[in-house]
Design a protein. Structure first.
Length: 430
């Protein structure tokens, strides 16, 4: 039978081996700190614990002890004030419990989080592996709407091995986007990058009655600032005859790369990095969140107007094809909000123009253009331990863009757009 010291030493070594704790952390010292706090609280008759209970105040004492730095028992505000209720402690303990896997088992791979800068924990949110409709957004998946013109029912095995593209990719006009290795074809990727970065190659569509402008001020509509038209990927799905491991099914398989959520050292807060070397054109993750209508987005923005952009991830417009169907219904103008329900993509930081990720629309379950998945692919080879970034497409000159109004760009790129200019060189509203 092992002694208590042997048991504590074993747990301590295991935690250090997995890099869950600071190298100077001592589990035995933590136990001593806890006992000392308990004694002090029990003997101090003037302490607030007489009224509020021992649990809440014990958490406060732990938060200010040396051991708490390793355990990260502190709220996301980073101050040293005592918590107002026990729920704060529960959120922090929940973050500690999820340090090995912030996805809580929702993904095929585990994604840990680490903070080697301070004692702050990741913000609290509900992890989901797929988009969810908040309330009024119209997103409907039915087998009946997927006709033979939109699925390859006659395919067998791997569609990529066929001599000609299958029915699924017929509407894309440029064939399969993936190689046999599951990467984006270089010519397709380069065209997507050029369409995003080069103003001369951008195709911009303007709405006659822009839902964005209408949500801001319905009585005095401003002209539409334009929406970037994009190439898209069409993947096979459940009604297709091909194998589940078909090479034209990449994004729907979910995250497969080794990633880590970490606290940055350059003032950007939390970020996402890769723990392995990534080739050019590799799928990393999908931007997941609540599916909102533009009206719901505006209402939520007004409700959360006091929250800074560093505390909440950006809401992303699904506006790439607003021009294809003419005037859409209000419930068909959609966006993704990752504030409360999301995946690790919520931690990806912005970088102007030369980010190592690019977002590409991916159609899977429905032929409708007003809803699609937004998938991140590498724009170049990415080294292990390198932070992953993408260009949010923010128009820093648009003072009326409320969701992005408080955003302070710290990307460090030599192409940074965070400056006022007499004219807009990139009038996008993604």
């Amino acid at each position: 039978m092992p002694t208590l010291d042997e048991l504590l030493k074993s747990v301590e070594e295991k935690s250090l081996r997995h890099k869950l704790l600071d190298p100077n952390f001592s589990l035995i010292q933590l136990m001593k700190d806890m006992c000392q706090c308990f004694v002090e609280l029990a003997t101090d008759s003037s302490h607030e614990s007489q009224e509020r209970g021992v649990i809440s105040e014990t958490h406060y004492e732990l938060k200010n002890s040396d051991a708490s730095t390793a355990l990260c028992l502190v709220g996301t505000d980073g101050n040293n004030e005592a918590p107002s209720d026990v729920s704060t402690g529960r959120d922090e303990l929940r973050s500690l419990h999820d340090s090995n896997d912030i996805t809580k088992g929702e993904e095929v791979v585990e994604i840990p989080w680490v903070n080697e800068v301070n004692n702050e924990c990741p913000p609290s949110f509900h992890y989901i592996p797929g988009n969810l409709v908040f309330q009024n957004a119209y997103v409907k998946f039915t087998l009946s709407q997927i006709t033979e013109d939109h699925c390859c029912t006659s395919c067998i095995g791997n569609c990529l091995s066929s001599s000609s593209p299958c029915v699924c990719v017929a509407e894309t006009l440029y064939g399969f986007a993936y190689t046999a290795d599951g990467l984006l074809k270089d010519d397709f990727l380069q065209e997507c990058i050029s369409m995003t970065r080069d103003p001369q190659l951008q195709s911009i569509s303007s709405c006659m009655d822009c839902p964005l402008e209408r949500s801001r001020n319905e009585e005095m509509l401003e002209p539409c600032k334009g929406h970037l038209n994009r190439k898209f990927i069409k993947e096979c799905w459940r009604k297709c005859g091909c194998h589940k491991q078909c090479g034209n099914r990449v994004v729907q398989r979910g995250i497969r790369r080794k990633l880590q959520v970490f606290f940055t050292t350059d003032g950007k807060g939390w970020g996402l990095k890769t723990l392995e070397k990534l080739p050019k054109g590799a799928f990393v993750c999908e931007y997941i969140g609540e599916i909102l209508t533009i009206k719901e987005r505006h209402e939520r923005t007004m409700q959360n107007s006091s929250i800074t952009k560093t505390e909440n991830p950006p809401s992303v417009l699904l506006d790439a094809y607003w021009n294809l169907k003419g005037a859409l219904k209000d419930e068909e103008y959609l966006c993704l909000d990752a504030s409360f329900y999301s995946n690790v993509a919520r931690f990806i930081n912005h970088r102007c123009l030369d980010a190592n990720l690019i977002e590409i629309p991916v159609k899977i379950e429905t032929p409708d253009h007003h809803y699609y998945h937004l998938a991140f692919f590498t724009t170049r080879e990415v080294d292990a331990l390198e932070e992953l970034t993408w260009d949010y497409g923010i128009d820093f000159d648009d003072d009326n863009d409320q969701p992005n109004k408080k955003f302070q760009c710290k990307c460090g790129s030599k192409f940074c757009r965070n400056m006022k200019r007499p004219s807009r060189s990139r009038p996008l509203a993604r």
